[in-house]
Design a protein around this ligand. Structure first.
Ligand SMILES: N[C@@H](CCC(=O)N[C@@H](CS)C(=O)NCC(=O)O)C(=O)O
Length: 201
């Protein structure tokens, strides 16, 4: 059984939502970052970065929420969270999975720190461009790839949810609201939120 190392009120939400979407049993290993549990030698062997979420699957260990989304979607193909190799949707699927940590995350950090950078040099351009591109992609819906929900929605949806709803750093837009309403209506999202909020361990 996979072990998911997680902490309430953290980016663990993405991996919790993912695991809940698979319908597969998994073990949640509480690694409370407010107590320093992420700095124990035992945890550092799972993720030397000392950050949650992290995953252990038998002898394999890994971290980084978007990488966990990619890995788990492939480990459980029956959950249909990834277009199979050869499916033309796979290109955009991988694009959006990488867009979450490569563009949404730094755009949020840029807003939080008011950091000024050349948009030509910054890999994500700038926050305005990131959220404009995302808005255009979500205009049609219902999901980032169109009709089919995928692990890319988990990576994108949780990043957008943090930016727009949890931390209110990014002003909402009608397409974001419609998309986030659809994400948060999913039972797996709601179960993950119970853990992520600290309501349930
Ligand atoms: N790039 C990582 C970021 C994970 C991350 O920053 N986790 C934070 C909580 S949101 C953490 O574990 N912080 C504990 C620490 O740095 O000591 C991912 O996307 O999974």
């Amino acid at each position: 059984m996979m072990k998911l190392y997680w902490s309430p009120r953290s980016r663990s939400f993405t991996a919790l939502w993912l695991m809940e979407e698979t319908g597969v049993s998994y073990e949640r290993v509480l690694t409370d970052i407010t107590t320093g549990a992420q700095r124990t030698l035992e945890f550092l062997t799972v993720n030397p970065m000392g950050k949650v979420p992290a995953l252990q699957d038998g002898e394999a260990t890994m971290a980084e929420a978007a990488a966990i989304c990619t890995y788990v979607a492939e480990r459980y193909p029956e959950a249909r969270l990834a277009p199979p190799v050869g499916d033309p949707h796979r290109a955009k699927y991988l694009y959006w999975l990488f867009f979450a940590p490569s563009c949404i995350e730094p755009a949020i950090a840029q807003i939080a720190t008011k950091m000024e950078l050349s948009s030509v040099a910054a890999g994500w351009g700038d926050a305005q461009r990131v959220f404009d591109v995302l808005e255009a992609a979500l205009e049609t819906g219902p999901w980032i790839l169109g009709e089919k929900f995928s692990a890319a929605d988990i990576a994108i949806g949780s990043g957008l949810n943090f930016a727009v709803r949890t931390f209110k750093m990014v002003p909402s837009r009608p397409a974001f609201d419609r998309y986030l309403d659809r994400c948060s209506a999913r039972p797996a999202f709601q179960r993950a939120q119970e853990y992520a909020s600290g309501e349930k361990i």
